[in-house]
Design a protein around this ligand. Structure first.
Ligand SMILES: Nc1nc2c(c(=O)[nH]1)N[C@H]1C(S)=C(S)[C@@H](COP(=O)(O)O)O[C@H]1N2
Ligand SMILES: [Mo]
Length: 423
């Protein structure tokens, strides 16, 4: 067999890789963009998990075996009321926007993937192993994220565990990589800027990245970077509309389509799952059949929708913000305060946590627990109306939860039972 270095038909030969664009400058600039962007993705991802209040109740927690990986959890606040809308909008929109940068970065270092010998030393072997986790982890996180927002419920329930544990594996490799590479990357980005990236670094890395027999350039390094930036911009403008909601949603060409059409009018904002999909029949939500069962320290009360409408009604302007990255602008919800319902069953002051159950018989999101701070907030409602009309069936008629700053998953629709305290 010929020596691989002399046979440019093999990708293990440096001469096989002929693009004159590859070099330390391009790799370093792309790497620095990813360093900033992926750090934001990691933080907003952890924040998204904390927002579910997973420590409160097993029903809120999709990764119960997390152990010390949940060290960062904190009580999710109710202010500002758009908090989850913002953090999750950033997470999903930025994740989509970084896809071209990630692909370009991987392309820029692909010769290293094939370089021989596989390991020159123990430390080199360890570094290559960490790169495998880094590249594999990045592809895994971006792929699971995109599949979840585009084909929701492709991995029912398990998405959260895959994406959460994958994020930790990836991030460990990412930190190791940054510690090893940041000084070089900063030096390369600075040193070669003046020469417009045509010069080559003098270190080992340059030797691995720069083609020994470059083809004629068809685009400059700056031009290539511009193409990547343009692709990112295109993804940004065709996806950010889903997080802005309202009329902007129409600009979100890449947002998932084909879901239920909410129509126009008061209920004309996005529907996640319809009543039909959730198996909610008109018979069980009718005035005759439906009762809200509220339990607490002094016992249980049963309330019809008319009973609830006879209680003091309050309004709050709040969004729905889904983990998938879409959200609605503030809608006007009207109904009974959760803390007033707590007061009916023994909690006149300091309402406790509440366990919320819907009429739904199956589905991961049919019940949820809310923390005491969420119950106490005067804007937290058992909503009966939205935008001046009774809730539509698809938005949770006869009654749904709406809580400021919370992820959509905690805004349970078709509520049947509230149990205060004793979670
Ligand atoms: N009972 C019930 N409530 C639910 C859900 C569900 O599947 N069942 N989905 C939740 C999720 S994930 C979101 S994002 C919001 C969406 O509310 P909307 O359909 O009114 O926009 O409802 C929440 N409430
Ligand atoms: Mo959601």
């Amino acid at each position: 067999m010929p020596h691989p270095d002399r046979d440019p038909r093999l990708p293990t030969s440096p001469g096989f890789w002929r693009s004159p664009l590859r070099g330390p400058w391009l790799t370093s600039v792309l790497g620095l963009v990813l360093l900033a962007g992926i750090t934001v993705l990691f933080v907003t991802g952890l924040v998204s998990y904390a927002a579910y209040n997973p420590g409160l109740s097993p029903v809120n927690d999709k990764t119960p075996g997390k152990g010390i990986l949940g060290f960062f959890l904190f009580d999710w606040p109710t202010d500002p009321h758009w908090l989850y809308r913002f953090t999750q909008g950033v997470h999903v929109t930025l994740g989509l926007t970084l896809i071209p940068v990630l692909l370009a970065k991987l392309w820029s270092v692909v010769p290293k993937l094939f370089a021989l010998p596989p390991a020159r030393s123990v430390s080199h072997a360890l570094e290559r192993l960490s790169l495998l986790l880094l590249v594999g982890g990045a592809l895994f996180e971006f792929t699971t994220g995109v599949l979840n927002i585009q084909l929701d419920y492709l991995f029912p329930g398990s998405f959260y565990a895959l994406h959460f544990y994958g994020a930790w594996v990836f991030f460990a490799a990412f930190v190791a990589h940054v510690v090893l590479r940041l000084p070089t990357a900063l030096r390369n980005a600075r040193r070669l800027r003046d020469t417009r990236g045509t010069g080559h670094g003098r270190d080992d890395e340059a030797a691995e990245l720069v083609s020994p027999r470059p083809a004629q350039p068809t685009v400059s390094r700056r031009g290539a970077l511009g193409l990547v930036g343009g692709a990112s911009l295109l993804l940004f403008v065709t996806s950010v509309g889903q997080s802005l909601g309202g009329v902007w949603r129409r600009t979100a060409l890449l947002a998932p389509h084909g879901g239920a059409d909410p129509g126009s009018g008061p209920g004309g904002f996005q529907i996640n799952k319809t009543a039909a999909y959730a198996g909610i029949s008109a018979a069980e939500t009718g005035e005759e059949a439906w009762r809200l069962v509220v339990s607490g320290s002094t016992g249980t009360v049963r309330l019809s929708r008319a009973d609830l409408l006879a209680m003091p009604q309050h309004s709050a302007a709040l969004p729905i913000a889904c983990v998938e990255g879409w959200s609605t602008p503030d809608q006007w919800w009207r109904g009974v305060r959760l803390r007033d319902l707590a007061a009916l069953v023994g909690y006149d002051t300091d309402p406790p946590d509440v366990f919320v159950e819907s009429l739904q018989r199956q589905g991961a999101f049919r019940r949820a627990a809310l923390r005491a701070n969420q119950v106490a907030d005067p804007r937290s409602l058992l909503a009966l109306d939205v935008n001046g009309e009774p809730l539509t069936r698809d938005h949770g008629h006869p009654a749904r939860i709406i809580v400021p700053a919370a992820p959509g998953v905690l805004n349970t629709k078709w509520v049947a039972r509230l149990t205060f305290g004793d979670l």
